[in-house]
Design a protein around this ligand. Sequence first.
Ligand code: ADE
Length: 255
Amino acid sequence: MENIEKKPIVKFKVITIFPDFFKPMLEYGVFSRAYKKGLISFETIDLRDFTNDNYKSVDDEPYGGGSGMVFKPVPLGKAIKKAKSKKETKVVYLTPSGRVFNSDIAKELAKEEELVFICGRYEGIDQRIVDLYVDYEVSIGDYVISGGEPAAMVVIDAIARHVEGVVKEMESVVKDSFYDGLLDYPHYTRPETYNGRKVPEVLLSGDHKRIELWREKMKLVETLTKRPDLLEKAKLTQTQKKLLTEIKEQLRKLT
Ligand code: ADE
């Protein structure tokens, strides 16, 4: 028999005090379909299972005083050890103090076979856990939400989109905003005229070369007008650079 090497699936493991939070992920949409097909695996680990007091308490007051509570290191350390099936497994801690998540981090993490996520609550987790076990501190943006669970959902969904087979046509992932560091072009569907506004003529032309060029140009227009900061980092092709010069020239004439 032919020796076909089985592609490893990405195992997502989430340490949380609210395992039910993640149920909808397994019931709806792209992530759920990939999970049911066995392209990815997903598991929650209830932090309270690693406590040994009657109240199953996971948090305690901060040393030095101050407001809020801190996740205790002992249950969390045990949960992480249980979650990691091998030494190399990367641990991701969702925190507003982390590196702001983006498409490059998603692509990088999608290469891992197993990822353990820690969802914090309250004021955070004991720093010794971060120092000893955490490989990536990740934030979903410069604001604070009430716990790491919604952040973990966002990050896990974005990572899963880069796992082969999760999105039916990889082409749509490649064309997603941010894949090449640029925003997506505008999309239109029927009807041809809506509230007096017509779909751009080129999209009805059937001329695929022109459509491709228009989309390429619109990606640059969108990025230049909405997120010029992205253009400074994007690695543009020669064609894109030429198009961008043309766009800037056209915009300059308009103002
Ligand atoms: N927990 C609270 N706020 C967060 C944020 N912005 N990103 C990730 N985790 C968080």
